[in-house]
Design a protein around this ligand. Structure first.
Ligand SMILES: NC(=O)c1ccc[n+]([C@@H]2O[C@H](COP(=O)([O-])OP(=O)(O)OC[C@H]3O[C@@H](n4cnc5c(N)ncnc54)[C@H](O)[C@@H]3O)[C@@H](O)[C@H]2O)c1
Length: 253
């Protein structure tokens, strides 16, 4: 039980990957704070943990809103007194050709994918003791681009760049900062694309061709990468990295 009693904050906890991260930390004895937009997915996750006896608190949070993130920080300070691991697994995927993208659409994707992690780190970092860790969600998309997804890939590149700079800024405080960069994951965004069985088959076929390992990742495999980066025992000398858990996606390029 490597994370017994450790205080883990997961933003985007109700998502396909975030919920797998939460379950994997729970298996290792962690105390969880589940932050996501209010709604059934967050409530259902919290209820499942309550039924299983896992110490987990759901805090409805909009990561775009400084007031909401500040309230999350206050709640954590009052209830737990600090944060040992912050996982920023929030994100939205929007696809637009540049001429079709309005400034409002642009702000919407940057607001969640870039402003969100910034606000979370800004408000939670003073609760993090030496030996704690931040894990941001980048993506292979931040390195290779993709048709129609230029704005999404831009935000993922920004997350990686943010990670490099904050790893330097926070090193003197003993806080490690890394980005996990998945390829395609069989959950979350990928599933949002499955509008019908034909599209599902098409996406799955494309995934086979895109990854050396010939398939998408299971969300639990991404979660194991997050736990590695979060672990002071295993990754004490790892900071400022893009940690690819991508089934060989990058080496096919
Ligand atoms: N699924 C993939 O193939 C894949 C690949 C690479 C990287 N990623 C990254 O993994 C992370 C998780 O994505 P996912 O696939 O699980 O998608 P998902 O849609 O299942 O999860 C994203 C979560 O973010 C939450 N969220 C969105 N806006 C929010 C806001 N304003 N405030 C609080 N929460 C908000 C959503 O409610 C959702 O629970 C993202 O950062 C994504 O970029 C996903």
């Amino acid at each position: 039980m490597e994370f017994e009693g450790r205080r883990i904050v997961i933003a985007g906890a109700a998502g396909g990957i975030g919920s797998a991260v939460a379950r994997t930390f729970a298996e290792e004895g962690a105390t969880l704070v589940l932050a996501d937009l209010p709604g059934d997915p967050l409530d259902e996750l919290a209820a499942a943990f309550a039924e299983a006896g896992v110490p987990a608190t759901a805090v409805a949070t909009d990561v775009r809103d400084p007031g909401s993130v500040a309230a999350l920080a206050t709640r954590i300070a009052d209830d737990l007194g600090g944060v040992d691991v912050l996982v920023n697994a929030v994100g939205v995927l929007r696809q637009y050709r540049v001429v079709d993208m309005s400034p409002e659409d642009f702000d919407a994707i940057v607001g969640v994918n870039v402003r969100g992690p910034y606000l979370l780190i800004k408000h939670l970092v003073d609760l993090m003791p030496a030996g704690s860790a931040i894990v941001n969600f980048g993506s292979v998309a931040g390195f290779v681009g993709s048709d129609g997804s230029w704005a999404y890939t831009m935000t993922k590149g920004a997350v990686s760049s943010m990670t490099f700079g904050l790893a330097q800024e926070l090193a003197p405080r003993g806080i490690r900062v890394n980005a996990i960069c998945p390829g395609w994951v069989d959950a979350g965004f990928t599933h949002h694309m499955f509008t019908d069985e034909a599209v599902r088959a098409e996406v799955e076929q494309a995934a086979i061709g895109s990854h050396v390992l010939g398939r998408m990742a299971r969300p639990e495999e991404i979660a194991q990468g997050v736990l590695y980066l979060a672990s002071e025992r295993r990754a004490s000398f790892v900071t400022g990295t893009n940690h690819f858990v991508d089934g060989g996606f990058m080496i096919k390029r």
